[in-house]
Each structure stands twice: as structure tokens, then as C-alpha cells.
Design a protein around this ligand. Structure first.
Ligand code: HEC
Ligand code: HEC
Length: 373
């Protein structure tokens, strides 16, 4: 079914000079040059063994250096602010019916996703897009599939007031809720010392963002990047080399293996989707069907994949990417190698001090009641 044939697409492919399909070993340098008189004997067919690495460690590492496009995190993420942000991330009273928190759709125990194609918000309503992971989101050039929020701070207030997500009617109800809970009032004062009105939606978003910047995982791939070439198995290394050589790294690059640019889905071969992507934000024809490239960190755990959650198997995601983004077709073995590499990006989750749902401060009489309407 799969044809082991490279359909060389235009553009990007030239960036990847190598492909494992043409990675036959070159003759070892010490082999004697054939004399003019005697024709060199035809080399014996090489035994079937996995191809040796063709790309140096240094070259491979170069694709994943920090990009200038992603702003370095410099805000004052104090312990008080992070602790407050953690409470708010798990706080379901920030939803209209007190039944949904950020963690409902970005479950930290399952790599920051809910595992559904599209999430259920207030009254079980569904949006049209898949919930991306919040792990490593801080490393993204912008937030959301279409990049409509420039920063985590700008993003975090959105879901509370989004009618199909947490459905709070307005800022006033958010503030009434927070101000009714003494522990929050204290928490905001500590997190935003010296401010005249520490309890605000903006500050809630700043605290959540500070917490989200802690949502990082470390994988074997980090060891590899740091210089330990043995951290990846032979197959993972082959997959990484194919990933780089075939041009996946033109889009999935930087420390988060993605998140550094907006790219057209269906760059080489049109991809069927009704989602206009970045165009919705800029109304610029050039941005039609462009999406913020997702991080591939922990990608094994963040399915189903793509902006609409329509792709259920990781090998399928790899095949679709090869076809639509690069105009290529990989053999089954090549897909296996890339998937093996992608799985090496699965990291260790932080400990319970970050992940475990915290004890939330109790409501008071003044706290607005759940509203199922
Ligand atoms: C009902 C489910 C739901 C809830 C609740 C929810 N989110 Fe999301 N989140 C999503 C979906 C879906 C997207 C993608 C939407 C889009 O791109 O248009 C998203 C996107 C994001 C992103 C962008 C990630 C990226 O890679 O671009 C971040 C960060 C995020 N949410 C954090 C939060 C925070 C913080 C809260 C709580 C205040 C929250 N979410 C509540 C479903 C949810
Ligand atoms: C031209 C840019 C580009 C290239 C090249 C590219 N990708 Fe992607 N990749 C994207 C975009 C954009 C998305 C988001 C697709 C969507 O939202 O539906 C994506 C999504 C993915 C996903 C799904 C991630 C998720 O969380 O849903 C995987 C896996 C992936 N790419 C792997 C690869 C592999 C492997 C290659 C090389 C064979 C590759 N990509 C090449 C831009 C690219």
C-alpha cells in the first residue's frame, strides 16, 4: 500500500539534502583506489544492516537551538505568584457552573491535554479545535492554533469568559468570586505586592501564566541535545536524522521542536480543512490555513492530533505531514523510525507539588453560586 517512493516536492525539500532512502554507505576512506589496468571488482552487496549515522551530532543539535522569534521569559515569576497561578489553574469556581477549570481540558496528569478530539466546556458544548498541551506552551511564538493571543498572559483570561468553555458572563463575576474568598484576596496581595488593586482578571492571568511557565518536561532528547549521543537508540537516531534530512525541522525546530512559526497546513499538497487558521486573525490571504506549528514535545501523549483532533494515530500524523507539508512518501520502516524518534521526546512530568490538584480555599456566603444555565 505504501509506496517507497520520494515524490520530491518543491521548496522545502531542498533544505533536507539527505534522505534515508538514498543513504547507501559511501566507500570507506582507506579503501585503495582501483588501478587503471585492473577493473575494480564490483563491491559485494552490503549486508542488510541499519545505516550508520549520516548527520553529525553538532548538525542535529543546531536545529533545536533557541530561536530569536520566541521571547525569552523574563517576568517576575515569584513563588507567591506561581502558587496562586496553580490554585487558579485548578479553580472550577472560575467557571459559570463551578464544574470546569483549566485542568478539565488541559489535564496536567495526562501531559496537559484531555485526549479528546475537541473538548467539552460549559453544558457539554464543544468548540471546533483540539486543546493543545499547556506543557512547553511558554516556548511558543504565540498562543492558540491561530496565534490570536501573543502571550500566555493574554491567553489565560480568554477561557474564563469564553461561552463554550468556562462561560463566565463578565469580569465582574470573576472578581466577585475571587474577592469573596479571603485566601485568594491574601494570595493576590502576596503575588502582586504594592499594587492598589491586586485582585484583577489581568493579575489572575499573570499568575496562571507564571505557573504555566513551570510546565516543562525533560526527556532523553534533552540529554542528547546536551551532548550524550548514547541517550537515543540507533532507531531513534535514524528517525531524528530522517526528521532533519527530509525537512520536518524547517517547521518543527527550536527547543520545543515546534512553536516557532506559523505555517500553511497543506504547503505542498492541499489539506482538506474548513478551518481558515491564522486568516481568522489577520484577514490576510497569505495566512489562509496557516497554523502555529505545534510543539512535538510529548507528542506521543497529546493525541488525537492536528488542529481539529482528527488524526487518531501518530504514524498517520507523520504520513500526512510528509505528504502535505513535504510532498514525500515514507516507507513503513521510515515512519517507524520517525515515530521512535518522536517518542524519545516524551519527558518526565513534574512532581505532585505541581501536578496534584491542590486543596482549594473554601467559598463563603458571598461567593456567587453555580449557574447551570
Ligand atoms: C473547555 C475546554 C478548555 C478549557 C476549560 C480551557 N482551555 Fe485552554 N484551550 C482549549 C482549546 C480548545 C484550545 C485551542 C483553541 C484554539 O486554538 O482556538 C486551548 C488553548 C490553550 C492554550 C494555547 C496553547 C497553544 O499551544 O497554543 C493555552 C496556553 C491554554 N489553552 C491555557 C488554558 C488556561 C490557562 C485555561 C484556564 C483559564 C484554559 N486553557 C481553559 C480548551 C480549553
Ligand atoms: C511546512 C511546515 C511543516 C513541516 C515541513 C512539517 N510540519 Fe508537522 N506540523 C505543521 C503544522 C502547521 C502542524 C499543525 C497541523 C494542524 O493543526 O492540523 C503540524 C503538526 C504536526 C504533528 C501533530 C502535532 C499535534 O500536536 O497535533 C506531527 C506529529 C507533526 N507535525 C510531525 C511532522 C513530521 C514528522 C514532519 C516531517 C515529515 C513534519 N511534521 C513536517 C507544520 C509542518
Amino acid at each position: 500500500m505504501m509506496r517507497n517512493r520520494l515524490l520530491l516536492g518543491v521548496g522545502l525539500v531542498s533544505l533536507g539534502a539527505l534522505s534515508s532512502s538514498c543513504s547507501k554507505e559511501s566507500p570507506p576512506p582507506e579503501s585503495k583506489p582501483a588501478t587503471a589496468a585492473a577493473p575494480a571488482p564490483a563491491p559485494a552487496p552490503a549486508p542488510e544492516e541499519p545505516p550508520k549515522p549520516k548527520m553529525s551530532h553538532e548538525k542535529l543539535v543546531s536545529f533545536f537551538r533557541p530561536s530569536a522569534a520566541v521571547k525569552a521569559a523574563t517576568p517576575q515569576d515569584t513563588t507567591a505568584r506561581i502558587a496562586l497561578g496553580r490554585l487558579l489553574f485548578f479553580e472550577n469556581r472560575l467557571s459559570k457552573n463551578h464544574d470546569i477549570s483549566c485542568n478539565s481540558c488541559h489535564d496536567l496528569a495526562t501531559f496537559g491535554v484531555d485526549g479528546k478530539p475537541t473538548s467539552e466546556g460549559h453544558k457539554g458544548q464543544k468548540g471546533t479545535r483540539n486543546a493543545p498541551t499547556v506543557f512547553h506552551a511558554a516556548g511558543h511564538i504565540a498562543q492558540f492554533w491561530d496565534g490570536r493571543a501573543a502571550t500566555l498572559e493574554e491567553q489565560a483570561a480568554g477561557p474564563m469568559m469564553n461561552p463554550v468553555e468556562m462561560a463566565m458572563p463578565d469580569d465582574k463575576r470573576v472578581l466577585a468570586t475571587l474577592n469573596s474568598i479571603p485566601q485568594y484576596v491574601k494570595g493576590f496581595k502576596e503575588a502582586f505586592p504594592g499594587e492598589r488593586k491586586p485582585v484583577s482578571v489581568t493579575n489572575a492571568a499573570r499568575a496562571i501564566a507564571a505557573f504555566e511557565r513551570k510546565l516543562l518536561t525533560t526527556s532523553r532528547f534533552d540529554k542528547f541535545l546536551a551532548g550524550d549521543e548514547g541517550a537515543l537508540s540507533e532507531q531513534e537516531r535514524r528517525g531524528l536524522e530522517l526528521f532533519a534530512a527530509s525537512g520536518c525541522t524547517t517547521c518543527h525546530n527550536g527547543p520545543s521542536v515546534g512553536g516557532t512559526s506559523f505555517q500553511k497546513l497543506g504547503l505542498i499538497e492541499e489539506y482538506p480543512t474548513g478551518d481558515k487558521g491564522r486568516f481568522e486573525v489577520t484577514k490576510n490571504e497569505e495566512d489562509l490555513h496557516k497554523f502555529r506549528v505545534p510543539t512535538l514535545r510529548n507528542v506521543e501523549k497529546t493525541g488525537p492530533w492536528f488542529h481539529d483532533g482528527s488524526v487518531k494515530e501518530l504514524p498517520q500524523a507523520v504520513r500526512l505531514m510528509a505528504k502535505h507539508q513535504l510532498g514525500m512518501s515514507f516507507s513503513d520502516a521510515e515512519v517507524d523510525d520517525i515515530v521512535a524518534f518522536l517518542k524519545s521526546l516524551t519527558g518526565e512530568l513534574p512532581g505532585p507539588e505541581v501536578l496534584a490538584p491542590p486543596a482549594l480555599p473554601p467559598s463563603t456566603k458571598a461567593t456567587p453560586k453555580p449557574d447551570p444555565t
